[in-house]
Write a protein that binds this ligand. Structure first.
Ligand code: PMP
Ligand code: GLU
Length: 398
């Protein structure tokens, strides 16, 4: 008898963002000077007042199991944030904290999708959505939006994709991997379509809310009656430079929050006590750190946009948010170096890693095989050196 993993896991793809980052770490361990633009995480340290709150939580013995949806004080702080920043009213019972926004998206899908249900995902999409839909036994329905439409779907595309089997749509704005941000009018146009389809649930991934270069964050939950069937997903990873703390949350209609609570109660229990106390300090403390980091990302966005635009063969769209640049790289596909042909953007990413010592991620993992993703959440000097290497390395391809 052979020992095998379940079909569920056998059919699941590993996360390409994490895999490329892992490869870059391995090369670094071998003494190779790799610049890692693969994984998307702020390079800043967690702000001091948040770290102090975590240290205090340890000393104050926050060491016991936490309530499954999170401490009431944290959920109240999240409700206050939603009221103040998004003008949305939620009760603490509607908030479920988790081990990251990643878990919250997956929780939402696990709680609503039955086998065969369709989940609409605009492409380019974040790597994990399609795999999470697989885990929940749903069927992904992809709507593609190319660079010509700034990677944003239109209301007509959305309308055409909805069927009687549509259970949910996952919307991510600001977007990973494209950096596109839907304007209030664009969101309203999508909301008008969704308003007509009252069985469709909206999972609004707003993890990049605070990394926005075109103004105030707009949530789709603000329109019409959509809040009654929207799960807003957010967390502290990106806004407060807390990726390793693992704390995310969902704000949802009561029935969905209760379902999530039941799921977590059997699966993971409440999130880490220390991370929760740190997150509470993040939401209730001084917000200057958020704006300082946003400004640094904005400066780097201008820098990498200029550097990438100067590379012959890249077609670049200027990001409006998040910290990714997602150029179209089809010009390089089919070209060769040392007898090796670059067939796909994943090959191109591997070539840039091995030849240029810059780690990035091929676009196929994001549903956009013509593109390649660079995370620019790193120091300006490193970005300048990385794009110097990228330019030099790509010039070798004939
Ligand atoms: N959604 C998107 C679009 C992301 O880019 C990320 C970053 N990994 C997440 C969710 C997950 O964030 P977290 O670290 O809170 O799990
Ligand atoms: N959101 C980041 C990225 O896309 C973190 C890695 C991950 O969780 O996939 O690179």
């Amino acid at each position: 008898m052979s020992l095998q993993v379940s079909d569920r896991i056998a059919n699941l793809s590993a996360s390409e963002t994490l895999a490329m980052s892992q490869k870059s770490t391995e090369l670094k361990a071998q003494g190779i000077d790799v610049i890692n633009l693969s994984v998307g995480e702020p390079d800043f340290n967690t702000p001091q007042h948040i770290k102090d709150a975590a240290k205090k939580a340890i000393d104050d013995n926050f060491s016991f199991y936490t309530p499954v949806p999170g401490y009431l004080s944290l959920r109240k702080a999240i409700c206050e944030k939603l009221k103040k920043e998004n003008n949305l009213e939620y009760k603490p019972e509607q908030i479920v904290c988790s081990g990251g926004a990643k878990q919250s998206v997956c929780n939402a899908l696990m709680c609503i999708v039955n086998p065969g249900d369709e989940v609409i995902i605009p492409a380019p999409y974040w790597v994990s959505y399609v795999e999470m839909v697989k885990l929940s036994e749903g069927k992904s329905v992809i709507i593609s939006a190319g660079i010509d439409q700034n990677f944003k779907i239109t209301a007509a595309q959305l309308e055409a994709a909805i069927t009687p089997k549509t259970k949910a749509i996952i919307l991510c704005s600001p977007s990973n991997p494209t950096g596109s941000v839907y304007s209030k009018d664009e969101l309203k146009a999508l909301a008008d379509v969704l308003e007509k389809h009252s069985n469709v649930i909206i999972i609004a991934d707003e993890i990049y809310e605070h990394i926005n270069y075109i103004g105030k964050h707009e949530s789709i939950a603000q329109f019409g009656t959509l809040k009654e069937r929207t799960a807003i997903v957010n967390g502290v990873s990106k806004a407060y430079a807390m990726t390793g703390w693992r704390l995310g949350w969902m704000a949802a209609p009561q029935w969905l929050a209760s379902a999530c609570n039941k799921l977590q109660g059997q699966y993971t229990s409440g999130a880490s006590s220390i991370a929760q106390k740190a997150a509470e300090a993040a939401y209730t403390g001084d917000q200057t750190c958020v704006e300082d980091m946003r400004k640094a990302f904005e400066r780097r966005k201008e820098l990498v946009y200029k550097l990438a635009s100067e590379i012959e063969g890249f077609k670049v769209s200027k990001p409006d948010g998040a910290f990714y640049l997602f150029p179209n790289c089809s010009y390089f596909l089919g070209k060769s170096y040392n007898g090796k042909t670059i067939e796909t953007s994943a090959d191109l990413a591997m070539f840039l890693l091995e030849e240029g010592h810059v780690a990035c991620v091929g676009g196929a993992a994001f549903g956009a095989p013509d593109c390649i993703r660079f995370s620019y959440a790193t120091a300006d000097e490193l970005l300048i050196e990385a794009f110097r290497r990228i330019k030099e390395t790509l010039a070798k391809l004939k």
